[in-house]
Write a protein that binds this ligand. Structure first.
Ligand code: SAM
Length: 372
C-alpha cells in the first residue's frame, strides 16, 4: 500500500509570510539599535553561541527515507534556484561575523555538501577565519575523490553517515541503491588523508536497520573511528515520523553492551551532543545521540545558516531570520553583527524538551535546507 505523507511546506504560505515580515521588522530594529561590541553572547536561557552549521546546498544524491523521502523530493520538487544560494564569499563573510561573536566550530552540511561545486574553495576561505574546528558532514559518496583536496584546503575533521553495513538494508535506507563499499572507501580515504578519527553517524529507525546496530559497532571497534547511533528524529515535515519508529538510546546501548561490553565515559566538553560509552576492553568508544528520549536543549549552543542565508536557532524552527538581504544590500559587519547578537539574545528554543504528540503538526523547515 502506498504511504501518504502530509507535506507542510513552510515556504510561501500566508502564515509563513506573516512570520517572515515580523522577522524582517525585528532585523531592521536590531541593526539600527546600539552597536554591540564583538564577543561572546548568551541567549535567554544562558546558552552561549559556539557552533555554526552551514547548509551549502539543499540538494542531495541520496533519498534517505528518514530525511528526503523519494515521494516528496521527486523530479517535481522545487529546490532553491542557484541565485538564491549564498555565494562562498557571502558565507565566508557571515561566518567571520559569527566568529567575532564567539563561534569556534563550523560544520558544513546540507543536503550533501560535497555536491556543491568547488566546496574546497569555501573550506579554504573558512580556514582563514582563525583557529576553528572546521568540519563537514557527508554521506561519503564523493569522499574518496575529495578527501585529499578537503584536507589541503584546511578541513580538520569529517563525519560520515552510514546507516548499515549489509547491502540490502543500506540501499533501502538511502533509497537510491548506493553501495556500502563506496562509503567505506570514502571513510578509508578520509583517514588516509589525515581526517581520522572519523565519526560515523548511524540513524536508527525501527523496522529498518536496528539489526545493524551491533554489526556497525563491531565493524568499527578498534579502528579509532567513532560510531554515533542517532535516535530517529521528527525533523522537517515530510518523513512521516512516529514515536513508534524511534529506537531509544537505552535499547541501543543495552544491545551493544550485551555483545561488546561497555562502560560510561565522561563527556569531552560540557554540552557534548553524544553521550559517550567506552568498550571495556579498551578498543575504542561509541556515542549515542538521544535527541528524542533524552533531549539536550539546555546545552544547545548551535546556530544554523540555511542554504539561502536565513539564520535558525533550532533544528525544529519554523522560521529563520534573513541575513542574505542585509548582505546583498551592502550592510556593514557591525550592523549584521548586531542582528546576529539580537537574534541569539532573544533565543528561548527548547523544542526537543517540550516535544509531544501534538508538536508534530507545527510547521517546520526541512533538514536538508536548514542543515543537518
Ligand atoms: N548529506 C549529509 C549526510 O548524509 O551526512 C549531510 C546532511 S544530513 C541531513 C546530516 C545528518 O543528519 C546525517 O547524519 C543524517 O543521517 C542525519 N539525519 C537526517 N534526518 C534525520 C532524522 N530524521 N533523524 C535523525 N538524524 C537525521
Amino acid at each position: 500500500m502506498a504511504t501518504t505523507i502530509p507535506i507542510i511546506d513552510a515556504r510561501g504560505t500566508a502564515e509563513a509570510n506573516a512570520r517572515r515580515e515580523a522577522a524582517d521588522a525585528f532585523v531592521r530594529a536590531a541593526a539600527d539599535g546600539a552597536t554591540t561590541a564583538p564577543g561572546q553572547v548568551a541567549d535567554a536561557l544562558g546558552r552561549g553561541l559556539h557552533d555554526l552549521r552551514i547548509s551549502v546546498t539543499d540538494r542531495c544524491n541520496f533519498r534517505c527515507v528518514y530525511c528526503m523521502p523519494k515521494d516528496v523530493f521527486d523530479a517535481d520538487y522545487r529546490f532553491l534556484p542557484h541565485a538564491d544560494l549564498l555565494t562562498f564569499e557571502e558565507i565566508a563573510r557571515i561566518a567571520g561575523i559569527f566568529v567575532e561573536r564567539g563561534v569556534a566550530k563550523i560544520r558544513l552540511t546540507g543536503g550533501e555538501p560535497l555536491l556543491r561545486r568547488n566546496v574546497e574553495r569555501l573550506v579554504e576561505m573558512l580556514a582563514k577565519l582563525g583557529d576553528l574546528d572546521l568540519t563537514l558532514t557527508t554521506n561519503g559518496s564523493l569522499l574518496a575523490k575529495k578527501a585529499r583536496s578537503l584536507v589541503d584546503a584546511g578541513l580538520t575533521r569529517v563525519t560520515v553517515s552510514l546507516d548499515a553495513l549489509d547491502e540490502p538494508t543500506f540501499r533501502a535506507m538511502n533509497d537510491v541503491g548506493f553501495p556500502v563499499a563506496r562509503v567505506l572507501e570514502g571513510i578509508d580515504a578520509a583517514a588516509a588523508a589525515g581526517l581520522a578519527p572519523i565519526k560515523v553517524n548511524m540513524v536508527v529507525k525501527r523496522g529498518m536497520n536496528e539489526s545493524s546496530i551491533v554489526p556497525m559497532a563491531r565493524h568499527f571497534k578498534g579502528t579509532g573511528h567513532i560510531v554515533r547511533f542517532i535516535e530517529y528524529m521528527d525533523v522537517g515535515a515530510t518523513n512521516g515520523w512516529r514515536m513508534d519508529d524511534v529506537v531509544p538510546a537505552t535499547e541501543i546501548v543495552r544491545e551493544i553492551d550485551a555483545a561488546l561490553p561497555l562502560e560510561s565515559a565522561d563527556p569531552n566538553y560540557a554540552g557534548e551532543v553524544a553521550r559517550r560509552w567506552r568498550y571495556k576492553d579498551g578498543t575504542g568508544e561509541i556515542g549515542v545521540i538521544a535527541s528524542v528520549t533524552q533531549a539536550f536543549c539546555r546545552d544547545c549552543t548551535r546556530a544554523r545558516l540555511s542554504t539561502d542565508g536565513r539564520l535558525y536557532t533550532c533544528l525544529f524552527a519554523a522560521e529563520g531570520v534573513d541575513l542574505r538581504r542585509p548582505l546583498r544590500d551592502g550592510w556593514d559587519d557591525a550592523r549584521i553583527g548586531n542582528v546576529i547578537a539580537a537574534v541569539w539574545r532573544k533565543r528561548a528554543d527548547r523544542y526537543s524538551e517540550i516535544r509531544t504528540a501534538n508538536t508534530g503538526r507545527i510547521p517546520r523547515v526541512e533538514m536538508s535546507y536548514i542543515g543537518g
